[in-house]
Design a protein around this ligand. Structure first.
Ligand SMILES: [Zn+2]
Length: 325
């Protein structure tokens, strides 16, 4: 090799090392060295925008109540928890086999609509169970990943690719595109909201900046997406799901959880805002928990002016109301 070619290689290597070190230094910069501008820049990737609580809910209702059932089955153990053994698969199967029929029976009995977020993998593994939801068109089915993968380790291209694959299965199963997106990990990459917007969703339901519906800002601009926020305190998983390998070690009593969920409802009722409850058929579907859920539904129904709706109905309503203001 000629000397000039050696020099070119050396120069390329040096620039890689220097460039890499510079990029690494920026990434590894201790938080206490962040400037105020860097702090503001970091948090504005996805931010809460306008409060979208309407002046009033349909038919003069005081509060909107929406219950979602994240029908995760086996994928939550595979994709989120990293457990692949037959025992864990059976825990997921419980949701389809035992939990879901009890949930549908409760919803039928009380005549309330709900939203089911379903990973594409659940549609592949449990088509008959998914069909029992489709047989009840009052319920909404939302988008919930391919195999409950966390997007955090994916590049933007990979994230787009996996959602596109999940969407094909979703449309094939449900017969139409979903309007609601919920991240499987309740976590977003910096690209997620852009992708969700590009895919034509109406709302996201993965964020936690408020109890009320709000508009989502992406990089400081209105994204056009509505956020129907979630909260771990209004999720059955941390209270009830025993999981050795994580911080979820709950086997709480039904009364304890009821007291939290009912008090949260009382607060939403008082404020005239939104009550969003997130549950999982494999978690809430156990007998003593279903009794508690029925007690909660009965309590909420005993109050005047409670609008039970799907997430989609709420998102469309707040969008309409916001457009009129
Ligand atoms: Zn899930």
């Amino acid at each position: 090799m000629r000397w000039s070619n050696w020099m070119k290689i050396v120069l390329v290597l040096v620039s890689c090392v220097v460039g890499g070190a510079a990029a690494g230094a920026e990434q590894d910069k201790p938080l206490w060295q962040w400037t105020p501008e860097e702090m503001k820049e970091h948090v504005k990737t996805v931010r809460s925008g306008r409060d979208l609580t309407p002046e009033q809910w349909p038919e003069g209702a005081k509060v909107a109540v929406s219950i979602s059932f994240d029908f995760d089955t086996e994928p939550v153990w595979l994709g989120f928890q990293g457990n692949r053994s037959p025992s864990y698969m059976s825990r997921g199967e419980y949701g389809a086999r035992a939990g879901l029929p009890r949930i549908l029976k409760l919803l039928d009995k009380h005549d309330i609509p709900a939203t089911f977020f379903i990973p594409a993998a659940t549609m592949v593994l449990h088509p008959a169970a998914v069909q029992t939801i489709l047989d009840r068109p009052q319920h909404e089915i939302g988008f919930h990943s391919y195999i409950h993968e966390s997007p955090l380790s994916l590049s933007e291209d990979q994230e787009r690719e996996v959602y596109a694959r999940a969407m094909d299965i979703f449309v094939e199963t449900v017969g139409k595109r979903p309007v609601g997106f919920r991240s499987a990990a309740w976590d977003l990459t910096p690209a997620t909201i852009k992708i969700v917007k590009d895919m034509g969703f109406l709302y996201d339901s993965s964020m936690m900046a408020d109890d009320r519906p709000y508009s989502l800002l992406a990089d400081g601009q209105e994204s056009g997406l509505i956020e129907l926020p979630v909260e771990w305190i209004l999720d059955d998983w941390p209270y009830f799901q025993l999981s050795w390998g994580s911080q979820h070690v709950g086997l709480r009593t039904a009364d304890e959880v009821y007291s939290i969920w009912a008090a949260e409802f009382d607060g939403a009722y008082e404020e005239g805002s939104l009550y969003m409850l997130v549950t999982h058929p494999q978690v809430i579907g156990h007998r003593y928990r279903m009794q508690m859920l029925e007690r909660l539904v009965t309590y909420m129904k005993s109050k005047p002016g409670v609008w039970f709706a799907t997430h989609e109905q709420i998102a469309r309503y707040v969008q309409e109301q916001a457009a009129e203001q």
